[in-house]
Design a protein around this ligand. Structure first.
Ligand code: SAM
Length: 212
């Protein structure tokens, strides 16, 4: 890959409305081609989702940027990611100085990506399991990013947010979803913003879809 391809990708994210300079800077400093299989490596700097095996995908860079921007993070934030996948989203968060916890339900993907984190020296807490129930032990979180599309907003994840924290999750049917940005304003109250037209692989689990 050439550095120019990455710069062009960042410029295209800017032109599509990404304005958070910390997000753009982090994306400029993480090499996406290192997170995709060799057969699709030549496409790593296109603004598109790519297959990573086991029927799963690495999200489109615009979507990664949009979700990260929506979470309104700073370098003291603690973030839970549901759907580790390729590890790219987690790597962007680490690059921003965020403390990252990430959960993956596919054991093969979990093992491959965990090794990648170790090999690349990316410091995250990663676990294998159903992310729809969250990771209670380290809650509450400043933000929770769900990178697979669910039928509803998981109650467990809402509970594991700090007051003022944000849950960013695509909700809809199995093929198209609206991005919900849920801000916890008190222990019982949430404000929800909804942005249409996203497409994620299904969130499978206790508070997700029931089967594949
Ligand atoms: N964040 C990822 C990245 O940067 O590559 C994108 C992940 S991919 C679009 C969605 C991932 O969510 C898949 O790897 C899938 O196995 C995983 N997944 C689906 N349901 C899950 C659940 N309940 N808990 C954890 N991971 C889940």
């Amino acid at each position: 890959m050439s550095k120019q391809e990455l710069k062009d990708l960042i410029d295209s994210l800017r032109s599509k409305g990404i304005t958070d300079e910390n997000v753009l800077k982090a994306m400029l400093n993480v090499s996406r081609h290192l997170f995709v299989p060799e057969v699709v490596r030549h496409l790593a700097y296109k603004d598109s989702a790519l297959p990573i095996g086991y029927g799963q995908t690495i999200s489109q860079p615009y979507t990664v940027a949009f979700m990260t921007q929506a979470a309104k993070l700073d370098s003291n934030s603690k973030v839970l990611e549901i759907g580790t996948g390729s590890g790219y989203q987690a790597a962007i968060l680490v690059q921003m100085g965020v403390k990252v916890f990430t959960i993956e339900r596919n054991q093969n993907i979990y093992k491959i990506t965990r090794k990648l984190f170790d090999d690349m020296g990316i410091r995250v807490a990663a676990k294998y399991g159903d992310g729809t129930i969250g990771w209670e032990e380290f809650a509450p979180y400043d933000a929770i990013l769900v990178t697979a599309g669910g039928p509803t907003i998981p109650e467990n994840l809402k509970k594991q947010l700090k007051i003022g924290g944000r849950l960013v999750i695509p909700v809809g049917d199995r093929t198209t979803q609206a991005m919900k940005i849920i801000r916890k304003t008190t222990d019982e109250k949430y404000e929800v913003e909804s942005i249409p037209n996203f497409a994620f692989v299904p969130l499978i689990g206790r508070e997700g879809w029931k089967d594949e």
